[in-house]
Design a protein around this ligand. Structure first.
Ligand code: G3I
Length: 340
């Protein structure tokens, strides 16, 4: 078969997608595409804290369990996403912190409890967990001396040591899962590449202290209007790998400006070449680095992507178009996998 998953299997790589549980099982073509083309799935939203514990102490695992079951039925692995992140927190938690009814020491216990409950619930069923997500500073954030974002919700309330503790707690709850740090713009950036350097130094330190971190997820959210340095992307993945870490591309998409939100057709002809090129270079970076274990796109098709809602006027980020037909970027990945 020339499906992405079959071609990737020949080189021991898993190829994945983020899955929207609002579509899986209800949209037939979507469901068949997820099953047929991908060998690893990430829940786009349903394992996030607001989804699993909407009311304090009351868990809702149902949609996440459904995805895990789907994956089992289709010979797919699961990337768990995500345990400690500043977004999509339940409102009982953010409200409690804001009004002072939840103090920092209780917050720490609540996070510990959350990680233990969720990782235990899925124990043995998750291949890679995104334990900590997006705590490093960008050029526009205020950074601590080691590059952590000092305004991040978790760092601000619980201090830098919380990152190591999150990994320790996850490891206690499922010693066999691969535990990842996941972030964007941490490989292949133009300019100083400061965020890569900060993450690299920090995880090197965690490893030296024996913190149970197994890998790095570079999200891979690209935009055709910014530069992308393919050689540096590969070199950065390689550098993480040389620390004894696994690496994964976890949320790949390549957005660009579109004529209108419905059609999701690029305004620029050039983007129709830039997109397959950038997808392909990210995949090749992963293929060329021995420690890279999976390559995941952040969604299936342009009719269902986070991009238009976040970046006004942009879209066209994924491998399939609004009608769930494969795009040039799909063919590019297929060729890369077939030729490798
Ligand atoms: O579930 C509610 C629903 O109850 C409500 O009626 C509806 C109305 O707005 O919103 C629904 O929640 C939305 C949720 O997706 C589920 O559909 C949120 O508004 C929306 O903001 C949320 O967006 C997600 C975003 O993370 C939020 O942070 C995107 O789907 C998801 O693709 C995106 O994914 C993140 C990764 O987790 C981490 N890396 C960056 C990436 C892109 O932002």
């Amino acid at each position: 078969s020339d499906s992405l998953r079959a071609l990737a299997a020949q080189q021991g790589l898993r190829i994945g997608t983020a899955v929207d549980m609002g579509q899986l099982g209800t949209n037939k073509l979507y469901t068949d595409t997820v099953a047929g083309q991908f060998s690893v799935v990430t829940p786009e939203n349903v394992m996030k804290w607001d989804a699993v514990e909407p009311t304090r102490g009351t868990y809702d695992w149902k949609p996440a369990d459904q995805l895990v079951q789907f994956a089992e039925q289709h010979g797919q692995s699961v990337r768990g996403h995500t345990l400690m992140w500043h977004n999509q927190l339940p409102s009982w938690l953010t409200t409690g912190v804001a009004d002072g009814s939840i103090g920092d020491s209780e917050l720490r216990d609540i996070l510990h409890q959350h990680i233990t409950a969720e990782v235990s619930h899925f124990r043995g069923e998750i291949w890679q967990w995104d334990v900590v997500n997006e705590v490093f500073a960008n050029s526009w954030d205020s950074a601590t001396s080691d590059g952590l974002n000092s305004n991040d919700f978790w760092i601000q309330h619980l201090g830098e040591g919380i990152v190591a503790d999150a990994f320790r707690w996850a490891h206690q709850a499922d010693p066999k899962a691969l535990l990842m740090y996941n972030d964007y713009n941490i490989a292949g950036q133009d300019g100083t590449n400061a965020k890569f350097q900060a993450v690299y130094n920090f995880v090197k330190g965690l490893r030296a202290q024996g913190v149970p971190i197994d890998g790095i997820g570079e999200q891979g959210h690209l935009d055709t209007q910014y530069g992308f340095d393919a050689q540096r992307f590969q070199a950065d993945l390689q550098a993480y790998g040389a620390l004894g870490l696994k690496v994964a591309v976890t949320e790949a998409d390549v957005r660009t400006f579109v004529n209108n939100a419905t059609d999701q057709v690029p305004t620029s002809q050039l983007a129709q070449f830039a997109q397959p090129y950038e997808f392909s270079e990210m995949l090749k970076g992963c293929e060329l680095v021995r420690q890279c274990i999976s390559f995941t796109a952040w969604g299936v098709y342009d009719g269902d992507s986070w991009i238009p809602g976040t970046f006004g006027g942009e879209g066209y980020g994924l491998l399939y178009d609004v009608n769930l037909q494969p795009k040039a970027a799909y063919v590019a990945l297929q060729q890369d996998l077939a030729l490798a």
